[in-house]
Design a protein around this ligand. Structure first.
Ligand code: WQD
Length: 349
């Protein structure tokens, strides 16, 4: 679709990140023009080369912080933005407890600054990342979108609850807005090419990147955080979803967002819960590798069980998770094995 002589584009904030980069690959494959905004606070420039390599296509890139409204205005001036997919934000639960103001400023402040600039340019279509963490400690799985989300068990989770509330209030104040809230469950896996994947800075907080770093020899052993939960084998149960399925969910959400007004909320999960020991076993069988682990105390703030009812996304978005736990384990391992230092490009000697 062209007007003002330039093709209409999808603006992807945080497009150099784990989920963002996988979504950009699918947007390009589907024929969208893409503009990425990323400040590399939790990502590296190399991923942009990988996206071009996988997709065989190019895109506009701006190294900009969404909080920098003048820089963001320039992005909207130079491109004809049709809609925004908003990924950028900090997401380390433990860090958010230690540095709550950094999280509120960046995650909530960033979302507000973004929609203020969008409003100035009359761009009122946004799909944004929320998280199953908004369901807090008291909602029973399978989780459905109508459940209360007033509790969150970390400042990171509270930023998600607040962002959702801000977007609901915005839509109530201006019916021209089309807002899609996507609550992710536990994204793992990588693009089948092994050229992009999860590249956490420092010691991984999340289970799968920790497992792959043990498997590749970067870390000695996995600590399993508690085996005394009220679950089948005592370890935590989660709804692991392949990051490519999650990315394709964004394309379905975008298509619907461009045709309806108001706020819609969707769980993006498989609807299946797997325990930590299930995941270790699946990883070992999928890849023929032993993973060293030891059982340690529970991690504060963890819930025993968290998995989705994704039927609303299935029915209204026509989206279904297609990839299974073996696919997730195989693809995570291929990425890690072929990129033991992640995106840290070994400078060509
Ligand atoms: C999964 C399971 C742990 C690490 C968090 C955020 C959520 C989302 C994904 C931010 C749990 C166990 C983990 C380890 C372990 N977004 N585990 N040893 O906590 O479900 O969700 O990350 O990234 O918003 O809340 O994901 O991968 O940290 O934990 O035993 O070294 O693995 O106890 O049962 P979580 P996780």
């Amino acid at each position: 679709i062209c007007n003002r002589g330039v093709p209409m584009a999808i603006l992807v904030t945080g497009g150099a990140g784990y989920i963002g980069s996988h979504t950009v690959v699918e947007l390009l494959a589907a024929g969208h023009e893409v503009v990425i905004v990323d400040n590399f606070s939790n990502s590296k420039p190399e991923v942009l080369n990988r996206i071009r390599q996988i997709s065989g296509k190019d895109f506009a890139f701006y190294q900009v912080d969404v909080l920098d409204k003048d820089a963001m205005r320039q992005v909207f001036k130079e491109n004809d933005i049709q809609a925004v997919i908003h990924f950028s934000g900090y997401k380390a639960v433990g860090e958010s407890v230690a540095e709550p103001i950094k999280y509120y400023h960046n995650n909530v402040g960033g979302a507000i600054a973004l929609v203020e600039v969008m409003n100035e340019f009359g761009v009122k279509h946004i799909v944004f990342s929320s998280s199953a963490t908004v369901y807090g400690l008291n909602n029973p799985s399978p989780l459905t979108e109508d459940m209360p989300t007033h509790t969150a068990n970390s400042p990171y989770g509270s930023t998600m609850v607040m962002k959702e509330q801000i977007f609901r209030d915005l839509a109530a104040s201006d019916p021209d807005w089309s807002i899609t809230i996507l609550r992710y469950f536990n994204p793992i896996g990588a693009h089948a090419s092994g050229r992009i994947g999860e590249d956490p800075q420092g010691i991984p907080n999340n289970l799968m990147p920790y497992i792959t770093q043990v498997a590749v020899g970067k870390l000695p052993a996995l600590s399993v955080f508690g085996d005394d939960y009220p679950t089948p084998d005592g370890t935590g149960v989660r709804d692991y979803i392949h990051v490519v399925d999650l990315s394709l969910g964004h394309l379905k959400a975008l298509d619907r967002n461009l045709t309806v007004k108001g706020v819609e909320t969707y769980n993006l999960g498989t609807g299946e819960g797997y325990s930590v020991l299930d995941l270790i076993k699946a990883f070992e069988e999928a890849n023929g590798i032993k993973v060293n682990y030891k059982i340690v105390d529970r991690r504060p703030g963890d819930v025993a069980t968290c998995y989705s009812d994704a039927s609303r996304a299935n029915q209204l978005l026509g989206w279904y998770a297609q990839r299974n736990l073996v696919d997730m384990c195989r693809d995570s391992w291929k990425w890690q094995k072929e990129n033991p230092q992640g995106y840290d490009v070994i400078s060509q000697a």
